[in-house]
Structure formats: structure tokens, C-alpha cells
Write a protein that binds this ligand. Structure first.
Ligand SMILES: [Zn+2]
Length: 448
């Protein structure tokens, strides 16, 4: 019975060592982390940065400089072809039975086509669900503007489940309406808030369907409109200029600290692009500055990393995911070995756990490290979907992890004008960076 005793003694000694390093990482980041000020700089001096825009190009230059400042041994740009979508001027008005026009806060959905600057007018019909819409005869939809008032479900504790539940209302309804001869679609925003901020986000037209305009209105505007339609005829006047304008070459931004033992790669990342409203602070400026903080912390603490630790700041997550797809498909030819990838794209809120997407043995090993993370409020380590940018690496059998922050407030502001720097808390942001650094430290130490 000697062997298990020695083995467990060895295990506890190691756990003590690791706990000490965890404490050093956390102390370094909470006391000296630069991610918060870096996020202020990105959000206030670059601002929102949709792929294909001049602001996005400015963000890539900013990111190269930050990665150098953080101590990366090597930085470079990875070319990515991205779609260009322009919003332009837009407005939505509704007219009630008394003949008065009211302005409704709205945002066209990303990737949608507009009205070419002409007024599109039509009566609005209200449905709550897609099932209810599907039951309508074509004659009820033809020539109408359809309003989907499906609310963000409040009963899910993990709000990403609510987002998953409501997602199809943004992505699919325009083509459903077009197929029955409808003129345009209005959706209630994919928002967990009760304010009037509209939330944009990507939609998609089915091949072969007419590309009718698709817009989102805020939760309060949606409540108001639904109430009006129940008692009277409501006409809408939509005017917008959005649309797809081809493709351009752009870049993801990459920086790494070289492995001391081998060149196997550990990726840490987020997406550098954002929607064209607000400042892209929680989505996903937070993930960008946290990823840079990971490199900075390894350098500052002088932790000798065995493997290469690479920050990848992906292009075009929001309206195409070309950055993530390109990074993964480049591995087809480069054959560069990748051990692990972690992404932060769920907001810079207090970290609560990790979403693991990997084989059961690796997943079990990470779960066995839970006692080390618990003092930092990180306790929820579960098998789940990891993240959009890193997901394409799954075909290369890379073990994938998504940082899981507290999700209660993310969908109050996601893709809206409310996603600004002031919505981010310094300590919460830095705790997220700390949890990522701690996990990468463990992977780097124990995985071959
Ligand atoms: Zn995001």
C-alpha cells in the first residue's frame, strides 16, 4: 500500500505548489493588471469596429501595439477575407388609428438589406411565435409587415440558454415572412433587459428567397406596439439604407510567447470586431484585453512556459466568423500542433467556470483541478459548447474551452448601444483574465 500513499503525497505537494502559483497570478493581475485601462483605450479611442470598416483596421494596428507592449516575442497579422455590411441612416415610424406618427427605436439586423432610402409602408400583423406564424395562410401575410413579439425567456438561470432559445427569431424570420409574400419583418430584440434599447446581430437569408428588410425594436417599444395592435390597425413606415457591399481583405491579429520546451501551441483569444453600435466593450473588447493580459502575466511573473502561448484576436466573429474559420483552415496546411484553445466571448463579468469541449479524459482532468479554482469563485466546470471563434479547430482535435462568466447582465446590453466601457467592472474583468491565466498555467504544465 506504499505506492498510493507516495502518489497521493506527491499529488498534494503538487497541488500546494499550484495553489501558490494561482495566488501569484491572481495577485499580479488584480494589483497590476492593465486590461481595464487597455479596454478604456480600445473603446474610447477606437470605438465600435465592425469588420470591413476603417475602425476595424485601426483596431488591428492598436492590437499589434498592445501585444508588443505586453511582451509578445512575435506579433503578426493573419489575412482574412471579410464581408462588408453598411448600416447607413434608418428610421421606423408607426401610425395609429388617430393618424399620429410615432418614432420607434430600432436597428436593422446585421447582414440585412434595407429599403434603399425609400419609404416602405405597410400594415403590421402581430405574432408571438414562429409556430403561430407558420399557421397563418399566405393571404394573411401578403403585403404585410410581420412583427414577432417573442420575449427573451427569463426562467433560464444561465442566460445563454435564453439566447439559444430566441436566436432563430433573429436569424430565420425574414425568409419565413418573404416566402409568404410579406414586405418586412420587425422582431422584438434578443434582450433580457426591460429598457428600450434595440439589439442588432447577424441574420441570414435563405438561398432563393427575397431579401426583405429585417429590423429589431427594444423591449419597451415591442410591448407598446403589441398593445396597440391588439386594439387597432397600425401602419409602419420603414426607411433604411443598409446592405452588403462585397468583401475586403482584413486581418486577425496574433501575438505569442515562445515555448521553452516545444512549439506546440496553446491559444487564448477573443474577437476584435464588434457590432457597429455601442463600443463593443463586453462583446468582445473584454475578451481581447483579457487575452493580452494572459501573455503579460506570464512575462511579468517570469513563469517559464513549456509550450507556445498565443493570443489570437479574431476578425469577423459577428457577421461571418471568417477569422475563426481561416485560423483553423490554415492549420490544414501548416500542420502546426495545437494542444488547447480558450476563448473569452461571454462578457467581462465575474468568472464562474469553464465550458469544456474535449474528450472525456481531458475534461475529467480539468474538472479534477476544481479545488484550485474555487477560492477564486470559479466552480462551474461543465461539458458544453466552447465558443464561436475557436470552434472550427475542433476538426483538428484541439481541446476547447470557453470562459464562463456570470451571465445575468450580458444580454441586457449585447449588440446594443448600451455595450460601452462604463458597463465593465475592473475587478470582474481582471478576475476573468486571472482564471484564464490560471487554467493556461495548468494546461502548459501538465499537458504534453
Ligand atoms: Zn462576441
Amino acid at each position: 500500500m506504499l505506492i498510493p500513499l507516495i502518489a497521493s503525497g506527491f499529488f498534494f505537494a503538487q497541488q500546494k505548489d499550484d495553489a501558490m502559483v494561482f495566488s501569484k497570478i491572481s495577485g499580479q493581475i488584480l494589483n497590476h493588471g492593465e486590461a481595464y485601462e487597455e479596454l478604456r483605450d480600445l473603446t474610447k479611442n477606437v470605438g465600435h469596429r465592425l469588420s470591413g470598416s476603417a475602425a476595424y483596421e485601426k483596431a488591428t494596428q492598436w492590437a499589434l501595439q498592445q501585444l508588443k507592449n505586453a511582451g509578445a516575442d512575435k506579433v503578426w497579422l493573419q489575412p482574412v477575407k471579410v464581408p462588408v455590411w453598411i448600416r447607413g441612416k434608418e428610421s421606423l415610424h408607426i401610425k395609429t388609428a388617430n393618424g399620429q406618427w410615432q418614432t420607434v427605436n430600432m436597428l436593422s439586423l446585421g447582414n440585412s438589406e434595407g429599403t434603399n432610402g425609400k419609404d416602405l409602408t405597410g400594415d403590421i400583423i402581430l405574432v408571438k411565435t414562429i409556430e403561430e406564424f407558420n399557421a397563418l395562410p399566405e393571404s394573411a401575410v401578403k403585403g404585410k409587415i410581420v412583427f414577432f413579439n417573442y420575449p427573451f425567456r427569463q426562467d433560464f438561470i444561465q442566460t445563454f440558454e435564453g439566447y439559444g432559445d430566441i436566436g432563430k427569431y433573429r436569424s430565420t424570420t425574414a425568409s419565413l415572412v418573404a416566402k409568404k409574400g410579406g414586405k418586412a419583418v420587425i422582431i422584438r430584440s434578443l434582450s433580457s433587459a426591460t429598457d428600450d434599447a434595440p439589439h442588432t446581430g447577424a441574420m441570414k437569408y435563405e438561398d432563393g428567397t427575397e431579401k426583405i428588410p429585417a429590423v429589431a425594436i427594444g423591449p419597451r417599444g415591442a410591448d407598446n406596439l403589441a398593445k396597440l395592435i391588439q386594439t387597432q390597425k397600425v401602419t409602419a413606415k420603414l426607411n433604411s439604407n443598409c446592405g452588403m457591399k462585397g468583401e475586403v481583405m482584413s486581418n486577425s491579429v496574433i501575438g505569442e510567447i515562445t515555448g521553452n520546451k516545444d512549439q506546440k501551441v496553446i491559444v487564448v483569444g477573443g474577437h476584435l470586431d464588434s457590432w457597429d453600435v455601442g463600443e463593443g466593450a463586453q462583446d468582445d473588447g473584454a475578451g481581447i484585453v483579457q487575452s493580452i493580459e494572459v501573455l503579460r502575466t506570464f512575462k511579468k511573473l517570469g513563469v517559464k512556459n513549456n509550450h507556445t502561448i498565443r493570443a489570437v484576436l479574431f476578425a469577423n466573429e459577428e457577421n461571418g466568423n471568417r477569422g475563426g474559420e481561416t485560423y483553423a483552415s490554415n492549420l490544414d496546411t501548416s500542420k502546426e500542433p495545437h494542444l488547447f484553445a480558450i476563448e473569452s466571448d461571454a462578457g467581462g463579468y465575474s468568472p464562474r467556470g469553464f465550458f469544456l469541449e474535449m474528450n472525456p479524459e481531458k475534461s475529467a482532468q480539468i474538472k479534477s483541478w476544481k479545488p484550485l479554482f474555487e477560492p477564486y469563485g470559479v466552480y462551474n466546470i461543465v461539458d458544453s459548447y466552447s465558443g464561436t471563434d475557436i470552434r472550427p479547430m475542433k476538426k483538428h482535435n484541439v481541446a476547447l474551452v470557453g470562459l464562463m462568466p456570470d451571465s445575468q447582465r450580458y444580454f441586457d446590453l449585447h449588440h446594443s448601444a448600451s455595450d460601452i466601457f462604463e458597463a465593465v467592472n475592473r475587478r470582474e474583468l481582471l478576475l476573468g483574465a486571472s482564471a484564464m491565466t490560471q487554467l493556461i498555467y495548468m494546461i502548459d504544465k501538465y499537458w504534453e
